[in-house]
Design a protein around this ligand. Structure first.
Ligand code: ADP
Ligand code: MG
Length: 429
């Protein structure tokens, strides 16, 4: 199966080839013919399955260079807008179209100038409404409206904005809605704004044979030590450590630094600029370890992740699927390792019962107990997260015996292997 097979025009096929996109993913294979045929489409598939091209490629094919806005793509965050626009630019490299981005937090007037000559606009909801209210955008020539990350739009409370924007667009247009999951709100949009939509679902799970999923049973106060031990033991090429709260993200990031494990963090309270920079540094392999809260990382284009660690589990079992979907992409192998303690059991049970996943238990590891500073910020009163070595029954062996013992991870972690703190067994707070 190739893009020619689904009637993508040569200019686009060659541009795709240049960036290594040669075989359509399942969602692309399904969506492209439908979108070509002019149908309204709801496309559901997991993160990393290639949804941008699934709507972008067929959409681009029907746009002409005329300096009138023919397509509007809505995304929930500025990062996503930038990312989608960049992808579309790559896909349309040989088409010479003008793609404008619109989002808040930056000047209004430059956007107005760009809007006046745009063929395609990628936008967040808030700023789009501003332009509509100020009459600084002309949507009369619009033929295609795309709602990307529809589920996140719902999550972030943007659905009303979206319907308001839709009310300002021509009735007779193609509507495409893409996301990782579908909810009642999305169904409402489908019912109110789409004409005989066709729903396609594809590749809901990461390829099981490429993704190995494991868990360790670990006491909460030993999690950090086990994490460091695994980071040093595993051979990693890009690691994301997911935590369910921002506070945990900050603490883990800080404590990893104390252990000389170089890392960046990303969570919802960081400015968008900062988040973009962090992702860029990670994608350029300047940093090997990213500590992230799930929502902050959702939908962002993150490359080459060999390992996903779940430091804890989110209460939403579906989150697990999103998280592990960050690795084992594009034919690469990946590992997802969950550090499981009592608090995570309910989510874990639900994940196992609701999804077709096989998460294998690994025997306890023997690891050094490390000091864990529970205080965020500058204060440094000790709290020691470990009181004993390893698991209750001593010397665990990973299923990957070939990787045992020898490898201590890539040197992107930076030099020092062991903690400079001594062992401690007393809580000071
Ligand atoms: P989603 O929106 O579903 O999360 P993206 O559209 O962001 O996924 O695509 C994820 C990654 O996969 C991107 O780096 C993209 O360039 C790449 N990709 C998309 N389609 C293909 C394909 N057919 N073959 C190889 N890589 C692809
Ligand atoms: Mg996407």
């Amino acid at each position: 199966m190739s893009f020619e097979n689904v009637n993508v025009k040569p200019e686009i096929v060659s541009a795709l080839k240049k960036i290594g996109i040669e075989t359509p993913t399942p969602i692309q294979e399904k969506s492209i013919p439908l979108i070509h045929s002019g149908k309204d489409v709801v496309g559901i598939s997991n993160t990393g399955s290639g949804k941008t091209a699934a709507f972008g490629v067929p959409m681009l094919q029907h746009i002409q260079k005329k300096g009138k806005i023919q397509a509007l793509v809505m995304a929930p965050t500025r990062e996503l807008v930038v990312q989608i626009a960049k992808e579309l630019e790559k896909f349309s490299k040989n088409l010479n179209l003008f793609i404008a981005t619109v989002y808040g937090g930056v000047g209004f007037d430059p956007q107005v100038k760009n809007l006046a000559k745009a063929d395609i606009v990628v936008s967040t909801p808030g700023r789009m409404l501003d332009h509509i209210e100020h009459n600084t955008i002309n949507l009369t020539q619009l033929t295609c409206f795309v709602l990307d990350e529809a589920d996140k739009m719902v999550e972030m409370g943007f659905i009303e904005d979206i319907t308001r924007i839709l009310d300002h667009t021509p009735k007779n247009k193609q509507m495409l809605l893409f996301g990782a999951t579908i909810s009642d709100e999305i169904n409402r949009i489908k019912a109110d704004y789409m004409t005989n939509p066709e729903t396609i679902e594809a590749d809901v799970y990461v390829k099981q044979e490429l993704l190995e999923q494991y868990y360790y049973n670990v006491k909460p106060h030993e999690k950090f030590s086990l994490l460091c031990h695994l980071l040093r033991k595993e051979e990693t090429h890009g690691v994301i450590i997911f935590c369910s709260t921002r506070a945990t993200v900050e603490l883990i990031s800080k404590n990893l630094k104390t252990q000389n494990i170089k890392n960046d963090m990303i969570h919802g309270k960081l400015t968008q600029n900062r988040r973009l920079k962090v992702i860029e540094a990670f994608n350029k392999e300047k940093v090997n370890v990213l500590v992230a809260s799930s929502v902050a990382a959702r939908g962002l284009h993150i490359d080459h992740v060999s390992h996903v660690f779940n430091y804890d589990l989110s209460r939403d079992p579906e989150e697990y699927i999103h998280r592990i979907g960050r690795t084992a992409r594009a034919g690469q192998r990946g590992k997802a390792i969950t550090l499981l303690s009592q608090k995570d059991y309910p989510s874990f049970d639900e994940i196992n019962s609701r999804f077709n996943v096989s998460i294998e238990k690994l025997p306890p590891e023997q690891f050094e107990r490390l000091r864990f500073d529970m205080k965020s910020g500058q204060q440094r009163r000790g709290h020691f997260n470990n009181r004993s070595f390893g698991g209750p029954r001593g010397h665990g062996r990973s299923h990957h015996s070939q990787r045992q013992g020898s490898s201590h991870g890539r040197s992107r972690f930076g030099g020092q292997k062991k903690s400079s703190f001594g062992f401690n067994d007393i809580h000071t707070r």
